[in-house]
Ligand binder design. Structure first.
Ligand SMILES: [Zn+2]
Length: 276
């Protein structure tokens, strides 16, 4: 996924001076409103702040991904803020946050949102990328780096997908099943746990709290997959399962796409799937 498809140059702040989390979130939400990405800033900000109360979106490594689902938006939009001084975000690894990716998305783009967050975590999980963003001269430079690392990543890992992404119809995916969202979070936490050096205890706690919410039957299958052939949850892109890379029948993929009320698995490898 090319992150800068969802970020405009004017929505990047290189020198945020907010001294607390609420002020920083307010500034970034208002920025998206000023750039005409949403009709009003209030409802989005309320959601962003409420979310932070129940669970910090500081995913570790100095990065936070606050988010809100906003009706009436045309497509997902993200504002990026850099805080050179760092901000206490109650992040999973307790480290101060230096980069905030504030994401607002329409209800129809839940899957795009999941992809976006996963891509942010993957790209900025690379220390060279992260240091590049922190050392960038200004907002333009930050934007250029985001564009560059997104493209390099895409070229190397998603070459086949790139062509498919040109089809705008692929972005029009339905809202996901609640358990699917939980599994995506669970998988992200497990990936973090495997790569992070600090804050493991916090991540383990979060994993436990997510696990408690997932239906036992689904959790059992998820655990089996994670043990035998991770990842357990994969996208289907252009009718191809990105777990086993087998082409699924168009009819089946269409059924999955049209039935967001249920959780679906690949007919070949049995991994949990979502259609992008
Ligand atoms: Zn498969």
């Amino acid at each position: 996924m090319i992150l800068t498809k969802y970020i405009t140059k004017g929505s990047v702040l290189s020198q945020m001076t907010a001294t607390n989390k609420a002020d920083a979130l307010k500034e970034l939400t208002h920025l998206l409103f000023e750039k005409k990405k949403m009709e009003s800033a209030g409802p989005a900000l309320d959601q962003v702040l409420a979310r932070e109360v129940t669970e910090s979106t500081g995913i570790g490594n100095g990065i936070a991904v606050p988010h809100a689902r906003v009706t009436g938006m045309k497509s997902l939009a993200c504002a990026v803020g850099r805080i050179p001084e760092g901000l206490d975000f109650m992040a999973v690894d307790r480290r101060p946050v230096h980069l905030i990716f504030l994401i607002c998305y329409p209800p129809t783009e839940q899957t795009t949102y999941l992809n976006f967050v996963a891509t942010v975590a993957k790209l900025l999980g690379d220390d060279d990328h992260l240091q590049g963003m922190l050392a960038a001269a200004d907002a333009d430079d930050m934007y250029r780096i985001l564009e560059e690392i997104s493209e390099t990543f895409t070229e190397h890992h998603e070459q086949s997908v790139k062509k498919l992404r040109a089809d705008p119809a692929l972005d029009k995916v339905g809202d996901g099943h609640a358990d699917l969202i939980l599994l995506a979070r669970l998988q992200l936490c497990q990936e973090m746990l495997a790569t992070t050096r600090s804050g493991k205890g916090q991540i383990k706690q979060r994993i436990d709290s997510i696990r408690a919410l997932v239906e036992p039957r689904i959790l059992k299958h998820y655990d089996k997959l994670m043990k035998s052939r991770p990842p357990a949850l994969v996208p289907v892109e252009g009718d191809t399962c990105q777990g086993c890379f087998m082409r699924l029948s168009s009819k089946f993929v269409q059924q999955v796409r049209q039935d967001p009320e249920h959780i679906h698995t690949c007919t070949n490898c049995s991994r949990f799937i979502y259609v992008v």
